[in-house]
Design a protein around this ligand. Sequence first.
Ligand SMILES: Cc1ncc(COP(=O)(O)O)c(C=O)c1O
Length: 388
Amino acid sequence: MKQDTKIIAAGRKDSWTQGGVNPVIQRASTIIFDSVEKMQHATKNRANNTLFYGRRGTTTSFAFSDAMCEIEGGVGCALYPCGTAAISSALLSFLKTGDHLLMVDTAYEPTRDFCNKILANMGITTTYYDPMIGAGIKALIQDNTRVLFLESPGSNTMEVQDVPTLAAIAHQTDITVMLDNTWGSGINFKPFDYGVDISIQAATKYIVGHSDVMMGTATANEKHWPTLREHSYLLGQCASADDCYLALRGLRTLGVRMRQHEKSALKVAHWLKSHPAVDKVLHPAFEDCPGHEFFKRDFSGGNGLFSFILNRGDDAAIVRLLDGMRHFKMGFSWGGFESLILKVNGLDRLRTAKPWTETGTVIRLHIGLEDVDDLIEDLAAGLARLDD
Ligand SMILES: Cc1ncc(COP(=O)(O)O)c(C=O)c1O
């Protein structure tokens, strides 16, 4: 089955849709049984998409998590109330006091904060590594290293990692490989084909796709699924039926949305590249992006999120640029249908393995589904305001 067909067909079991196209929204805390036998059956199968207790999921969440597995791969998908909960729960499921974690330097800021503020207090140490380290990761592995965490492309600066090389080295010593696959969104990067054990997404972004739901997912291979499922459950992680319904509805249009996001983003990125106020464009599809060769080798497409570096503009000029935008509004959570613009702050603090040396202001864009010519016109006017 081709990917677009899979996106439509995934998770649509008759028992969940009950004659409709979409799954029934089953809101439930208590599941009731009218015989001891049925209750015992549910108890025995409670971890395998059988109605048992609301926190273990209902028809709607089963349909969504099954669809995620069918599309992204893996044997099971745990659901969380947001992407950050998926990241922290996956890490907590595989780390204990005395363990060591290898975390990519370009991780999403709260992922880094979780390591520094929570894991550190539990006696779990973190070493940050250069996203371009490749086979050099071997030298950073300690006897107590238990997890290698990747995010590719990296947050804001877009470096693409050599996932198969990193995963192969980690597996030589039985280290669990986790990837924040939010940018790849489960369709443009297939984590399990490249050695990832657990693939995490802020489904809040492209899966939901409409900026109206918070949702996290973690899909796992056979070896890691039982621990991830059980530990996430014990941490109390679950997602509401209504949110699962909306996430699944968003998922159905993921393929077509992504192609449009990618096409428009590339047009904007190329336009920016030749703009006199722009120093560099940070986009995995561009040859000068670190790891571009891995993007070409491992990804089947891109999306609407990338950054660029300005070569001019003091603080007041940047405010003039941002305040006057017509279509690009300022907002943090990307992946919806709308365009967004953001000044990236703190890269000097957020890169410790490989210090950030660029001096220009970094601007992150999310290119939405508006007409791309309107977006370019908006950016042209904004960049002109830098020189006002
Ligand atoms: C790469 C990445 N991972 C994880 C998250 C966290 O997702 P959530 O906002 O759903 O907690 C984000 C949010 O911006 C993100 O960009």
